[in-house]
Design a protein around this ligand. Structure first.
Ligand SMILES: Nc1ccn([C@@H]2O[C@H](COP(=O)(O)OP(=O)(O)OP(=O)(O)O)[C@@H](O)[C@H]2O)c(=O)n1
Length: 600
């Protein structure tokens, strides 16, 4: 019927079935499923110009479209569905969903009978729709979060083996800087740690320049002056300070001079105590894990550096009364923590290697056979270099030649015995000790092991602590027995110094954990070797900055009753419900869409 028009009759259907009217008129076509006094949902597909509708219909159509488009993203409907819904509403509230022609023909007659187009109804409709649209608009716009701005902090970790720069960022608009702090960037300084520049201190300052220039690029220019810059030096500088305090002062002066040339807010350089290093490492791990904020059981921190190693954990049977020097107390987010922490100077991986080799070379011979180095490994080394550290300087054999030939034999069990010799288990004046007469409470809870613990175990493919300890030892035994040529061929990209030492390092780590700290085959699986947590490096630097900037409150901060998204969603849902309620309340005024179509 290409030219026919379907026309509705005003007879009302008494049953509740939904009527479908189909209309084809030149270019206009409408297929509308309109609820006939049933309250069933509207569904329509229409190709119809809104201008061809009545004034109320146009108003409803426009208002509905505006209302739907003002919904937040999470609630928004597709544009086509919104258009359809709005046109359907308008059509149903007009006197006929059928055709323009039909509307025009029927208009006069319906106007007299239908109270729908009375001025009062129109005003109520307009006010209702405007109120709902206003409610949602206010919810979305007025409570809209401001564009995110950040604050920054820079910490330089001046370690014994190298220096690293970390840039942290956190949301600027949070009160008292309580927003979550994340690592934005890190930069590894080229060359050795600053303590190695004792004979040329100026170079210590110069070595930091490249990373500091990088920091200038990473921190937005307008934030430079308010960005705090800290330098913390650890065991390398502790040792230099013990050995030669004026040399350590000169290194610090050079470093300070270099750092003050940059536009950041320089907050000073200092040597961290071993206790600080351990405690701030623990804070970092538990802050990044969000265990502090949520008041959850904390994770112990195991940190292995080049010159010192730290163990820090909370234990139920440690209240600080036994060996108070190992106790650090914190009140964070409303919770009290009594932390056990100890730093073993000289038990970082590089100094422990020196101590082990010092033990092996006590005879002062020209050849030293080393079970901790691979078979086939051979190198000429200098006695004075080996003994040039306060950790071993008093043990230098008298009458030894200048150099010795260092020969690897790759025997894990012998290596383990040599490593054990650097620990003293003979005396303990406390209820229990780790080693060297140092008190240690019973181990408790999960542990995160980072820095060299991770570098070494990751290289050796031994980070999975669910693997039984005996199997780990067996793998390491095979690795140590592998010929040096084969090792270098298998790992062409790895620095030879690191590569040569991984057999020793793995053996040292297992010995330190099991013999030193008393981890058993069972509790070994409580350890997790970690490099980063949620993108931030595990280490003392973040905890240090959080402490100095007071970014962890002692008391739990008040939180708003609802986050922004929750607030907008609730208001939007209420608005939609009001809208539905409003439409339903106008039920007596609903037009009857059940006219029988007639062919004209
Ligand atoms: N891929 C890597 C990188 C580093 N290392 C070793 O890891 C140790 C460095 O650990 P780190 O935490 O950086 O120590 P420092 O800060 O330099 O030392 P400390 O804290 O004792 O001052 C060094 O022994 C280095 O040889 C490694 O074995 N493999």
């Amino acid at each position: 019927m290409p030219n026919s028009v379907l026309k509705g009759r005003s007879t009302r259907k008494t049953h509740t079935q939904t009527q479908t009217h189909k209309h084809t008129h030149k270019h206009d076509s409408i297929i509308t499923v309109c609820p006939v006094m049933t309250g069933k949902p509207l569904l329509s597909f229409s190709h119809h110009s809104a201008t061809s509708l009545g004034p109320l219909s146009r108003l409803l159509s426009t208002s509905t479209l505006f209302f739907l488009s003002s919904l937040p993203h999470s609630l928004s409907l597709s544009p086509s569905f919104s258009l359809s819904l709005s046109l359907s509403l308008s059509l149903c509230f007009s006197r006929s969903p059928v055709s323009v022609k039909f509307i025009e023909v029927d208009n006069r007659e319906m106007k007299e009978k239908n109270p729908w187009q009375t001025p009062v109804t129109i005003i109520i409709t307009v006010i209702g729709v405007i109120a709902i649209v206003a409610l949602v608009t206010v919810a979305v716009l007025q409570n809209k979060p401001l564009p995110q701005k950040y604050k920054y902090g820079i910490v330089l970790d001046a370690g014994s083996s190298h220096t690293a720069l970390y840039i942290y960022e956190w949301p600027a608009e949070k009160d008292n800087n309580t927003g979550r702090v994340e690592q934005k960037h890190s930069c590894k300084v080229k060359g050795p740690g600053i303590s190695s520049y004792a004979s040329a201190p100026v170079k210590a300052g110069e070595s930091l320049r490249v990373c500091m220039e990088e920091a200038k690029q990473w921190v937005p220019g307008k934030r430079h002056h308010q960005t705090p810059l800290y330098l913390g030096a650890t065991a390398g500088m502790r040792l230099l300070n013990m050995e030669n305090s004026s040399a350590s002062d000169k290194v610090f002066q050079a470093v300070e001079g270099a750092l003050q040339k940059f536009p950041f807010s320089y907050q000073g350089a200092r040597i961290l105590s071993g206790q600080d290093e351990g405690a701030f490492g623990w804070v970092t791990v538990n802050y990044l894990d969000e265990r502090l904020k949520q008041g959850l059981e904390t994770r112990g921190a195991l940190d292995l550096g080049g010159a010192s190693t730290q163990i820090s954990f909370v234990s139920d049977n440690y209240d600080g009364s036994e060996s108070p020097s190992n106790s650090v107390t914190f009140r964070l987010y409303g919770n009290d923590y009594n932390l056990y922490t100890h730093s073993f100077l000289c038990y970082g991986k590089d100094q422990a290697l020196r101590m082990t080799q010092a033990h092996q070379s006590q005879a002062g011979l020209a050849t030293v056979l080393d079970p901790c180095f691979h078979p086939g490994y051979t190198a000429t080394k200098n006695y004075s270099v080996l003994y040039d550290s306060p950790c071993v300087s008093d043990r230098k054999p008298k009458g030894a030649p200048d150099t010795f030939t260092h020969i690897g034999i790759g025997d894990f069990l012998q290596c383990q015995a040599a490593v054990k010799s650097v620990f003293n288990f003979t005396s303990c004046k406390y209820s229990r000790c780790s080693f060297n007469g140092v008190f240690q409470p019973l181990l408790q809870g999960p542990y995160g092991a980072f820095s060299a613990y991770y570098f070494v175990m990751n290289f050796l493919n031994l980070t999975d602590t669910s693997v039984p300890l005996e199997d780990v030892k067996e793998k390491l035994k095979r690795y140590c027995a592998t010929n040096w040529d084969q090792i270098t061929q298998q790992h062409p990209g790895v620095k030879l110094k690191y590569l040569a030492e991984y057999c020793f390092s793995g053996t040292y780590i297992l010995t330190l954990l099991t013999e030193g700290y008393n981890f058993t085959s069972e509790s070994y699986s409580d350890i997790k070797f970690i490099e980063k947590i949620k993108g931030s490096d595990a280490g003392w630097t973040l905890g240090y900055m959080l402490n100095l900037t007071n970014m962890i409150p002692a008391e739990a901060p008040d939180t708003p009753p609802l986050p922004h998204v929750g607030y907008v969603s609730i208001v939007s849902v209420i608005a939609v419900l009001l809208f539905i309620l409003f439409i339903v309340s106008l039920r007596p005024l609903w037009p009857r869409c059940s006219k029988q179509p007639q062919i004209v």
